[in-house]
Design a protein around this ligand. Structure first.
Ligand code: SF4
Length: 374
């Protein structure tokens, strides 16, 4: 099995914190779709297995018109084996979702929506410079469900200056009342080169507080666990049977093809990423060349990636897999780093190996990096 990711690099408005590749030049959308169609044909031999999941991410894929979806899905159908397709997701912003739009998505086979709610608090949305308001978020969920799309994931951002503990818990309660089966919760990080970074540097906006973020993370984990959500990956929570197939396949190391500017692809041997520049991407595709850089993955790179991903997952690290995939020397290296973490309680043993303990999950990426071989 394999997956396809399609990057739609346009947004109506720039969120202050955003570090993704996007542009507000929405008038280029038609041209971009034409380039995507050409890239589909250029990359048709990248994957050898049938496609199980397709994911439109961005940017803002909910800006695509019905004809855009029709063209892209036809292009995929004509060039890949979609007979095993199980999950077709689009990321959507609340201000793009109305009943007619949601019905159209349902009619063309979209069976999962990832909605960028981020918060139900007006002040928090304004601080982030989001394009939508809280009323639009509620309507977006109601319209999606009325159109028959119940498989919904909501994004939440926590740890922002105006979000109190009570407000965060209220956001979770609202989503639970709507019976949203999947939540992705992210601590807001201030990345250099973002508008937020400069606004904070110039003292025009308040900075985020890392202690508050750690507290919010604990509140999220506890409250969602009480509500019956599985904490299956550091940032992701799902009701039983409702995990994201697409992302779960990434984490299992299943190959995927990324189409569009800045999209990444992986095929077990190498990782490659398209140029993160819309104009240069479109120009190169027009000339019949996919503009990408590639990194061949040696054994250490594969081990580092395996550790980074496994330590973010509920199931943790499988020691037998380390020995089978990487050999005895890597198993010994793992044991040598593991010892201290078992002593300080940040890692616990599991039936198949080990996993980050509940109280240390907020530190997962830092702990994983201690295992890396460089
Ligand atoms: S909608 Fe998403 S991709 Fe677009 S600017 Fe906001 S955070 Fe970035």
């Amino acid at each position: 099995m394999s997956g396809i990711y399609i990057h739609i690099p346009f947004c109506k408005k720039a969120c202050h914190y955003c570090n993704f590749h996007f542009s507000t030049q929405i008038h280029q959308l038609d041209d971009l779709v034409e380039s995507l169609l050409k890239e589909i044909t250029l990359q048709k031999n990248y994957l050898s297995e049938p496609i199980e999941t397709i994911y439109f991410g961005g940017g803002t894929p909910s800006l695509l018109q019905p004809t855009h979806f029709e063209k892209i899905l036809n292009g995929l159908q004509n060039n890949f084996d979609l007979s095993a397709l199980k999950e077709l997701t689009i990321e959507a912003n609340p201000d793009d979702i109305n009943l007619a739009q949601a019905k159209m998505w349902k009619s063309i086979g979209i069976n999962r929506l990832s909605i960028g709610i981020q918060s139900f608090q007006a002040e928090a949305l304004s601080w982030m410079n989001r394009a939508h308001d809280t009323k639009q978020s509620r309507l977006a969920i109601e319209h999606s469900k009325a159109a028959g799309i119940d498989n919904i994931s909501a994004d939440l951002i926590y740890g922002t200056p105006h979000l109190s503990d009570e407000a965060l818990l209220n956001d979770i309660a609202i989503l639970n009342d709507y019976e949203i089966p999947h939540l992705s919760c992210y601590a807001l990080t201030v990345e250099e080169k973002t508008a937020l970074f400069h606004l904070i540097q110039e003292n025009k906006m308040e900075n985020v507080d890392t202690e508050k973020q750690a507290r919010h993370f604990e509140l999220i984990v506890e409250s969602l666990s009480n509500l019956g959500y599985e904490h299956y990956e550091i940032s992701n929570f799902a009701k039983p049977g409702q995990r994201s197939r697409h992302n779960s396949n990434y984490w299992k190391g299943i190959p995927y093809l990324g189409l569009g500017p800045s999209a990444h692809s992986y095929n077990n041997i190498s990782r490659q990423w398209n140029i993160a520049n819309n104009a240069l991407y479109m120009k190169s595709i027009k000339e019949g060349i996919v503009p990408y850089e590639v990194e061949q993955l040696d054994l250490s790179a594969k081990y580092n990636e395996f550790m980074m991903i496994s330590l973010r997952l509920l199931e943790g690290v499988d020691m037998q897999q380390i020995e089978t995939r990487f050999g005895l020397a890597y198993k010994q290296h793992t044991h040598s780093i593991l010892a201290d973490y078992l002593l300080n309680g940040k890692i616990e043993l599991t039936e198949k190996g080990f996993a980050i303990s509940k109280q240390a999950r907020f530190l997962a990426d830092g702990i994983a990096s201690d295992f890396f071989i460089v």
